[in-house]
Design a protein around this ligand. Structure first.
Ligand code: ZN
Length: 221
């Protein structure tokens, strides 16, 4: 079964003026679609056929199948990016994620500065991410199609810093685009839901480790 291009979770004109309809038509309708179409030419009759997108990303990376990996990861990253945006987004998160951001970075403004630094510091095409792993909240950047999914990080939200994400609306001004992303576009509800799932996941992992340790200690005694 071939993969289909997931529809945008909002109308084409819903993010204007911060992200124009023209940008979404090109970015989703051409760039994202091209990765889906290319992947669909690569997987039939291979061991990737019938596997989930996430499985294809991990399997192809491990196998060094660069073409499959680049297209599969770009499909995954873009699906995640569209969900990281919402009409009238941005602003400041509330709830447990906000508390955790304040604790980790010192303040929400300090978080924004660190995220922007990662987004601007990514040389060439790539992605800036807010993730959660065993060390808690982390900001990371990845190059080209790479994704923190590969290092067992839980993804909370991402900003696409490929030039195709901003050249129509902001020309070469990546910094302006990242400011607009943080102030008007980022979907904190999506990030909070991912944060809830990530903290529950790592809590369960920790509890399992503790139970295993306690059982080992009992065996020794
Ligand atoms: Zn993109």
């Amino acid at each position: 079964m071939s993969l289909t291009l997931a529809p945008l979770p909002f109308a084409l004109n819903a993010l204007a003026p911060h992200m124009s309809q023209e940008t979404l038509e090109i970015h989703h309708g051409k760039h994202h679609k091209a990765y889906v179409d290319k992947l669909n030419t690569l997987t039939p009759g291979t061991r990737y056929e019938g596997k989930s997108l996430e499985a294809i990303v991990k399997m192809s990376f491990d196998a060094g199948d660069h073409v499959v990996f680049n297209n599969a990861a770009q499909v995954f990253n873009h699906d995640f990016f569209w969900n990281s945006l919402k009409p009238a987004g941005g602003g400041e998160p509330t709830g447990s994620l906000r508390t955790a951001l304040d604790e980790k970075f010192g303040s929400f403004d300090a978080f924004k500065a660190a995220f922007k630094e990662a987004a601007l510091g990514q040389f060439g095409s790539g992605w800036a991410w807010l993730c959660y792993n065993i060390d808690g909240l982390t900001i990371t950047k990845t190059s080209n199609a790479e994704t923190p999914l590969l290092v067992n990080s839980r993804l909370l939200m991402t900003c696409d810093v490929w030039e195709h994400a901003y050249y129509v609306d902001y020309r070469n001004r990546r910094a302006d685009f990242v400011d607009v992303f943080l102030n008007h576009l980022v979907n904190w509800d999506f990030a909070q839901a991912n944060y809830d799932a990530a903290t529950a996941h790592f809590k369960a992992v920790l509890e399992k480790q503790e139970a295993t340790q306690a059982a080992l200690e009992q065996d020794v005694a």
